[in-house]
Design a protein around this ligand. Sequence first.
Ligand code: GRF
Length: 221
Amino acid sequence: MSRTPCCRYLALPLGSERRRRYLFVMSASPIRLAVLISGGGRTLINLHQRIDSGRLDARIAGVISSRAAVAGVARAREAGLPVEVVSRRKLDDDAFQHCLTDAVVRLEPDLVCMAGFLSLWRIPDALHSRVINIHPALLPDFGGPGMYGLRVHRAVLDAGRAESGCTVHYCDNEYDHGPIILQTRVPVLPGDTAESLAARVFEAECETYPRAIQMIAGGAA
Ligand code: GRF
C-alpha cells in the first residue's frame, strides 16, 4: 500500500473523531510506531520484544534519540532497529524542533511513542493526538519539568504515598501532560528505596505501555 507523506490520517478532516478512529483501525495493522528515546532504551526494547514475540501487533518504523551516546542507541542498533540521532545539545531549540519533526514525519508513523524522551517537543498540529508518553508515577502527581528517573520515586517516598504506578497519556506541549489513556497502580512497600520502587513501577510499565498501544490500535483509546 502506498503511503501519503506523513501519516495516512492527515487525509481526514480535522476534528472528526469517528472518522479518525475509523481510518486508523481500518488501515493501520500493524500499527506503525516511531519511538523517541533519550536514555537507556529499556522501554523501547520491551516494545520490540513484545512485537517480536507476537504479543503486540505493531511495527517499529524507527527510533529517534535526542542523545548520541546513550545505551538506548546501542540497544536499538543491536536489535536491528533504524536509529536516527537528533542531538538536543548540538542544535538550538528551533533547529532541534524542526529536525525532530522532520525525522518523525519521515518515518510515517501512525503513533509516536515517547520512551524516556527527555526533551520537550512542540508537537505539530497534524500529529496532535498521535503522540503518547509513559511516566513512572500516577499523573497528575509527580510529573512536570525535572521529574524523571529516580527523582520521581524519591518524591513519591518523601510524600509518604502508599501507592505509586505508571501513566500512559497523550502528549500536549507540556511535560507529562495530556489526556490519560491508562494507569497501573503498584504499592509502596515498607523499606522501599527509590530504586526498589522504580523496579516495581517499571515492571508495571512493561505491561501497561504495550496494552495502551494495543488499545489505541484497536480504537479503544
Ligand atoms: C521509564 O521509567 C519511563 O516511564 C520514563 O522514562 C523511563 C525510561 O527508561 N518516561 P528507559 O530510557 O526506557 O530505560
